[in-house]
Design a protein around this ligand. Structure first.
Ligand code: SF4
Ligand code: NI
Ligand code: NI
Length: 702
């Protein structure tokens, strides 16, 4: 029972230490000095959620410290003291409170120590992200609630070496768990080891560098508790429900890598309150007598290659990962990794070559399920730095399959290719871009693996409508040209399918929240006359997507009362977006960029901007890299707008939308448009001329 004792002793030690730090801070700063974690409405979240205490100033920190002191068991007699559950848990909780206060003091004294970002700037030496701000919480927390992240592993300490660290962390990534990292061991942190092993860290790859000290482990608990408040409706101060919610809903556990001293032991004991067990790689006796609770709280001496599996088992997590037969790891944890310049082996598309993807319905007897063919040169024929053209043709047959479903399936290609470790995919349709890393090639990646992934996942995710999937990857120029021409015809037909419909014709619009994973407050509403700004989703697509998957990202919206026919404002839409954006957006207009425009996310095809000097409007497409009359390039505009912002004077839209009748109608329509790059104009030339003629006729009549 040595560790049990250590945990109680640790409680005393940590509380006393932080009391001292607080005392010192109160001597150097005014008691009314503001303290807190950055950009959060949840104060110091563990303290707030469990006690209801709102810490806003240095003075306020005294209260939770008094509370912590009061939790410490009144007496410890000698080494042989055998604790029962209560005092141990209380000591753990006291330690956790003290750790949160300690972190608040650190942020006061070193405001730049943590940079709360999804994507830490390692080169600039900014490794530690600290507590997640509320934007990150909304975006990531919801994954714990909807199950796309089954849980998290709080890893404290460091592995014996970088290779072992990589082994452990990658095991968790493959299971789609988040890895929350804190503390160091033998002068190393597991984050440094991951970097040494060539891994990318940050929220994007689910390897979250909280901080270098054990106290930063408290950010993991704060994250869990905020998720419970934000998504689970648990009231601050309702500690019973808070802890039960975590125990039942948040599948988390601790891995202690290194010697468990008093400071780690107190954190481990604290975590037991949440129902989070600790698994250690060293020889420690159990913290708690077994048999008291329904599962083990502490497991010692777990070998590194078993720690992931064992942790998941002990916490009672059921994770189904489908084995896909490719030489690389696969899953959402790899979606956010980038293939940067130095890591790049070769690429397809991205302005260097043509890269096109097309999903086409096929007759049951015309295709062979599971057949994947690469026609033309493959990775083995490339040298580092080479480019290839690429055409991806996916043919699907199914008794329930409809042509209307093609675009929805096609849009999946983006994230499914991104799920492959070391492979990056950008764009869609005929502007796709695939970047392949050296690491992927070393592990034996070939283009065929793309087909294997698409076949497996289309079956798995769309059982209801898919019976057969055949994938062909073309890499010879003439084939790619041919498939691109065919695809463009298909896109045109698809776009035309809704072309004759008007917003007045229908009572139902559709939402699209696919991009919320990147832009949390962004909600597209797609109507017949306003296609999704990515250009990949029109009203018909959304309708079909809803039919395939009634609980998916495309939901019907009853248009309701028309509040403003000219600007395009609808009662039902406003109600919907208020909820879907979690209160971030109250209202928006379909046909205006000046008055409350729709939100914009990073995958828009074009961005329109006001030009005050001539009172006109310009728009620029993604593939135009030059300067524009508004003084900003596309990338700059996208950087400003792309996070789900609604900025009057700017709006994201699809290329197709330019030639839809209601395009910025509330601001004067197409006649206000004074500039667009030639590539965009050429692409939409036919339709633009036709639309222009209609305008001309209408004007001449008035
Ligand atoms: Fe959906 Fe809009 Fe994103 Fe397109 S841009 S995928 S319509 S949310
Ligand atoms: Ni990837
Ligand atoms: Ni987007």
């Amino acid at each position: 029972r040595l560790v049990a004792f250590a945990a109680i002793q640790g409680g005393y030690k940590v509380v006393a230490e932080v009391e001292g730090e607080l005392e010192k801070a109160l001597q150097s700063y005014d008691a009314s000095t503001k303290i807190g974690f950055p950009n959060t409405a949840y104060y110091l979240p563990v303290i707030y959620s469990l006690t209801g205490i709102k810490c806003e100033t240095l003075e306020d920190l005294k209260k939770p410290m008094e509370f912590a002191r009061g939790l410490l068991p009144p007496h410890i007699k000698g080494k042989n003291h055998l604790p029962y559950l209560g005092p141990l848990l209380d000591a753990g909780m006291a330690g956790i409170f003290a750790y949160e206060v300690k972190e608040a003091l650190r942020i006061l004294e070193e405001p730049d120590f943590y940079i709360p970002t999804e994507d830490p700037d390692i080169e600039a030496g900014k490794m530690w992200v600290g507590p997640a701000d509320d934007t990150i919480l909304r975006k990531r927390g919801v994954e714990f609630v909807d199950g796309s992240a089954p849980g998290f592993a709080a890893v404290v300490g460091a592995a014996p070496d970088a290779e072992t660290a990589k082994l452990i962390v990658e095991d968790y990534q493959k299971k789609s768990l988040y890895i929350f990292c804190a503390a160091h061991h033998n002068g190393k942190t597991i984050i440094e080891q991951c970097l040494e092993a060539g891994m990318q860290v940050g929220w994007n790859t689910r390897i979250v560098p909280f901080g270098p000290d054990i106290s930063s482990a408290v950010f993991a608990l704060g994250f869990a508790n905020r998720a419970a408040m934000a998504f689970g409706g648990v009231e601050p101060g309702d500690y019973r429900r808070m802890l039960m919610y975590n125990k039942n809903r948040i599948f988390a556990f601790v891995n202690a890598l290194g010697d468990v001293g008093t400071e780690w032991a107190v954190a481990a004991a604290g975590c037991v309150n949440w129902g989070f067990p600790t698994l250690a790689d060293t020889d420690i006796p159990e913290i708690l007598p077994t048999g008291i609770c329904t599962y083990e709280h502490v497991v010692a001496n777990v070998p590194h290659d078993e720690i992931c599996q064992k942790s998941v088992e002990v916490r009672g997590l059921k994770i189904n990962i489908t084995e896909i037969d490719i030489p690389l790891a696969f899953g959402p944890a790899f979606e956010g990794e980038r293939v940067r310049g130095g890591d790049l082996f070769g690429q397809m598309g991205g302005g260097k070559t043509q890269c096109t993807e097309l999903v086409k319905m096929a007759e049951m007897n015309d295709i062979e399920d599971g057949k994947v063919e690469v026609i033309g040169p493959d990775i083995g024929d490339m040298k580092e730095g080479d480019v290839l053209p690429l055409g991806i043709l996916v043919q699907i047959a199914g008794r329930e399959f409809q042509e209307d479903f093609e675009p929805i399936m096609e849009r999946q290609i983006h994230h499914l290719i991104n799920y492959i470790q070391g492979i990056m995919h950008i764009g869609q349709r005929d502007i796709s871009w695939v970047r392949i890393s050296k690491a992927a090639v070393e592990k034996g990646f070939t283009l065929k693996d793309i087909g294997v992934v698409l076949h497996a996942k289309f079956h798995q995710d769309f059982q209801k409508i898919v019976d057969k999937v055949q994938v062909t990857l073309y890499t010879k120029q003439e084939d790619v040209d041919k498939i691109t021409a065919q695809a463009r015809e298909e896109y045109k037909t698809r776009d035309a399918r809704v072309d004759t419909m008007t917003d007045e014709d229908v009572d139902t619009f559709y939402s699209c929240s696919l991009c919320q994973s990147f832009a949390p407050s962004h909600v597209c509403t797609v109507s017949p006359e306003r296609t999704g700004l990515c250009g990949a989703y029109n009203w018909m697509d959304c309708k079909a997507a809803f039919e395939i998957n009634p609980t998916g990202p495309n939901q019907p919206i009853q248009k309701g009362k028309v509040l403003d026919p000219k600007l395009g404002r609808f009662e039902g839409v406003d109600e919907f977006i208020k909820v879907a954006s979690k209160g971030a957006i109250e209202t928006y207009n379909f046909y205006s960029m000046v008055h409350a425009p729709m939100t914009t996310c990073g995958c828009c095809e074009c961005i329109a901007a006001m030009l005050p000097a001539c009172n006109g409007i310009m728009t620029v497409g993604r593939d135009y890299t030059g300067d524009t009359p508004c003084g900003m390039k596309f990338t700059t505009l996208a950087g400003v707008m792309g996070g789900g912002a609604a900025s009057p004077g700017f709006v994201g839209h699809s290329k197709f939308n330019i030639t839809q009748k209601k395009f910025i109608l509330g601001d004067g329509g197409l006649l206000r448009l004074v500039w667009m790059p030639k590539i965009v104009k050429d692409e939409i030339r036919e339709r633009l001329n036709a639309r222009g003629l209609k305008w001309a006729l209408r004007t001449s009549l008035t």
